[in-house]
Design a protein around this ligand. Structure first.
Ligand SMILES: Cc1ncc(COP(=O)(O)O)c(C=O)c1O
Length: 383
């Protein structure tokens, strides 16, 4: 379908590939061409496409019914909330349908609890496309053309200890951050920066919101990425891989926040519907099976090491960085033409900022397949 004949708003510059089918780490197009999936639907299918546990759970739930409304008690919500709270710093959960909705809810919760407006977030961050999360996003190109942003947001440089110390004060409702900035170009946060953030949280009473929408659920080698830092979040947002492709998301908050989200304060018609919860429960129990995350962590470490070793010798490459299976290859040129050239070689990747090729393979990708992807990427970047 060409852009001239399509009835879709052209918000996405779509590739010349029709998504036809996908299994595990393979995507198949309209001509039957197979691609190694090194993007996971933008960090969504962490367990791989059509994971059998998720497929089974969703099929079974479809037979039972998939919508009742949040006036009903949904047993699936309770079970998923229990898993999320047992494996994080939080005690209560609110379910949504996407990442941006999770961040909207987090901002509302923090402002309501603190009775203050100010939210400190970071330049190059990405938190979503609705007004609250767009205002939190530290990229002017995301704001342009949409009139005045929601007030109260202050963007400071990431990894800048002094900036954190100056910006965060007693009037701050929350600091909001990604442990590795994703869309902004794959920038991992530094230990001393996280220490300064945690210090200012404790000193001022501001809440710490960690956006784990891209970094969470095994992507960086642990269930949530903050586990590898000195950060102790009051609110965590998750989405993307929570349903391994079935849309869902969640806000996880500490117990003291409970009353700020009392009856009537916030809501969602679809949030946490039984189909989404079936997918989330199957996804989470698969990831949290004994040894699973440990193996993913080891795989991520050796993949990043291999990427650094192989790509650093390529003259076009400026830097290779990341955490776990979330990797950025920064080029000395625009990344877009190379992303298209990689598709010709049967490898799907995405950009992060203008010059970074982002690799987000399904966490279940076999090591040999990752090796083959490295080989093809090197070929394209070297030609
Ligand atoms: C860190 C982060 N936060 C929020 C979002 C927004 O999520 P969604 O597109 O599901 O609204 C994204 C999406 O890429 C993200 O990477």
């Amino acid at each position: 379908m060409s852009e001239e004949t399509s009835h879709l708003f052209p918000t996405y510059k779509r590739w010349d590939i029709v998504f036809q089918e996908a299994n595990g780490s393979t995507v198949i197009d309209q001509h039957g061409n197979e691609y190694i999936d090194m993007m996971s639907g933008i960090g969504v299918v962490n367990l791989g496409h059509k994971h059998p546990n998720v497929l089974k759970a969703v099929e079974e739930q479809l037979q039972k019914g998939w919508h009742g409304s949040n006036f009903f008690q949904y047993e699936g919500q309770e079970r998923v909330a229990q898993i999320l709270t047992e494996n994080s710093t939080g005690e209560y959960v609110f379910f949504v349908n996407s990442g941006t909705e999770a961040n909207e809810a987090a901002i509302k919760l923090a402002r309501k609890y603190r009775g203050k407006n100010k939210v400190v977030s970071f330049l190059q961050s990405f938190h979503g496309r609705t007004f609250g999360s767009m205002a939190a996003t530290g990229q002017t190109k995301i704001h342009e053309g949409f009139g005045s942003m929601l007030s109260g947001f202050e963007h400071i440089p990431y990894n800048d200890v002094e900036a954190v110390k100056q910006a965060v004060d007693k009037d701050t409702a929350a600091i909001m951050l990604e442990v590795v900035q994703g869309e902004g170009g794959i920038y991992p946060g530094e230990e001393r920066f996280f220490q300064a953030v945690q210090e200012m949280i404790e000193k001022t009473g501001a809440l710490l919101i960690i956006d784990e929408i891209q970094t969470g659920l095994g992507r960086t080698g642990t269930f949530f990425a903050y586990e590898q830092t000195p950060l102790h979040p009051d609110i965590i947002t998750t989405a993307k891989s929570l349903g391994n492709g079935i849309p869902t998301g969640a806000v996880i908050g500490k117990a003291f926040l409970k009353d700020a989200f009392g009856p009537g304060t916030h809501g969602s018609t679809f949030g946490g519907n039984p189909l989404a919860m079936a997918a989330a429960e199957a996804t989470l129990t698969t990831m949290l099976a004994p040894g699973w995350l440990h193996e993913i962590k080891r795989k991520g470490e050796s993949f990043l090491e291999e990427c650094k070793k192989v790509f650093s010798s390529v003259p076009l490459v400026k830097d290779v960085r990341g955490k776990g299976l979330m990797i950025g290859i920064e080029l000395k040129e625009e990344a877009a033409p190379y992303i298209l050239a990689l598709q010709e070689k049967g490898v799907l990747t995405i950009g992060a900022g203008p010059s970074v090729i982002r690799l987000l393979p399904p966490l279940t990708t076999e090591r040999e397949v990752l090796q083959e992807a490295i080989h093809r990427i090197k070929e394209v970047l070297s030609s």
